[in-house]
Design a protein around this ligand. Structure first.
Ligand SMILES: C[S@@+](CC[C@H](N)C(=O)[O-])C[C@H]1O[C@@H](n2cnc3c(N)ncnc32)[C@H](O)[C@@H]1O
Length: 328
């Protein structure tokens, strides 16, 4: 049984740090949970008490338009359908594939032709970044007829490309890839988007549509153990870019170091550009470059590996889902 006071703290903290100003509905619900002994008692019985998992499990059952709106509606829903919520919470873990992050990655890409390798690719939707339309600040880039429109507010001297670089090879690697044709997995992916984030849901659905027409290849495997085999398949006549967003943060410190070690080793045969878009503190060499007193945002970094040596640059501070970026 989990400690009730700890759960209340966790939900309050979730409201303040992840929902305030970003999702009114989860902000209100998370604060309501933190005051509700009965709902907290229900959550305490679960193996994982994570707010995103609890709310996504409810949304899976209700759909985004009928999620309980108030604390009392939430308590009544837990009364009525607690067994089903519990089944979902016991059998699933939160999952995301946030195409909005491509708007943050785009200005960091070298000019093409590129071979793109994404680790922790989920359904591989970010591998389709050359099929999206971007509004970065006041600049438009990409195919205006694309069903996926990404809007990203920008500040600072963002080095905007005039076109999306040509991508000649792309591959994902994920410990637990999502098959875009698996309706149940896709329903869960959508349930993990906050219900009031309509634009995020729309663009996710549109990206899934693109991927269903031409599924990106995402191999099942670990980002350290299985990386050398995938690297050996990358064609030689393109600049290799290895990238990830919101992935290394889920991996233990020694495995992050081992991942960088695999890239360093592979760079003895070819240059590698490594783009990392992760919360602060995840890549220590990048954390050391953060200006003092900067806000706690995702850090977009570019590391060039040549001949086993690395050169790190911190490029930008970014919104976790790609809504804005500040170029440094
Ligand atoms: C939060 S999701 C982010 C997905 C995607 N990068 C995005 O930005 O939308 C994290 C992903 O990392 C994958 N992952 C976690 N540990 C991994 C590992 N050791 N090797 C490969 N993938 C891993 C998970 O399966 C999941 O798909």
């Amino acid at each position: 049984m989990n400690d009730l006071a700890r759960i209340k703290r966790r939900y309050r903290q979730f409201a303040d740090t992840e929902c305030k100003g970003y999702s009114d509905i989860y902000y209100g619900l998370a604060l309501a949970v933190a005051e509700d002994d009965e709902v907290v008692g229900f959550i305490a019985e679960m193996p994982v008490i994570q707010p995103n998992l609890f709310f996504a499990s409810i949304q899976l059952l209700t759909g985004p338009d009928s999620v309980p709106n108030t604390g009392s509606e939430l308590r009544a829903f837990v009364h009525r359908r607690g067994r089903e919520i519990g089944d979902v919470m016991r059998s699933r873990r939160t999952q995301t594939n946030e195409v909005g992050r491509c708007a943050v990655l785009l200005p960091a890409l070298p000019s093409g032709p590129l071979a793109l390798l994404e680790v922790g690719a989920s359904a591989g939707l970010c591998l389709l970044l050359d099929q999206f339309y971007y509004e970065l600040g006041s600049t438009q880039i990409g195919d205006a007829s694309s069903p996926v429109h990404l809007r990203c507010a920008s500040a600072g001297p963002v080095p905007l490309p005039s076109v999306v670089p040509q991508i000649v090879w792309r591959r994902g690697l994920d410990i637990d890839p999502i098959d875009v044709h698996d309706d149940d997995a896709i329903r869960w992916l959508l349930a993990c988007v906050y219900p009031d984030h309509r634009e995020r849901r729309r663009r996710l659905e549109a990206a899934i549509g693109l991927a269903r027409a031409q599924p990106p290849v995402v191999s099942a495997g670990d980002l350290v153990d299985d990386l050398p085999a995938v690297l050996s398949e990358v064609p030689n006549d393109a600049q290799l870019v290895v990238f990830h967003s919101a992935v290394l943060t889920y991996v233990k410190f020694d495995r992050r170091q081992a991942f960088a070690g695999v890239l360093a080793e592979a760079s003895k045969k070819r240059d590698i550009v490594w783009l990392s878009n992760e919360p602060p503190g995840v890549v220590p060499e990048v954390a050391a470059l953060v200006p003092p007193q900067s806000e706690l945002r995702y850090l977009l970094a570019r590391t060039l590996f040549t001949n086993g040596q690395r050169r790190d640059e911190l490029l930008a501070l970014a919104h976790a889902h790609g809504a804005d970026l500040t170029w440094l």
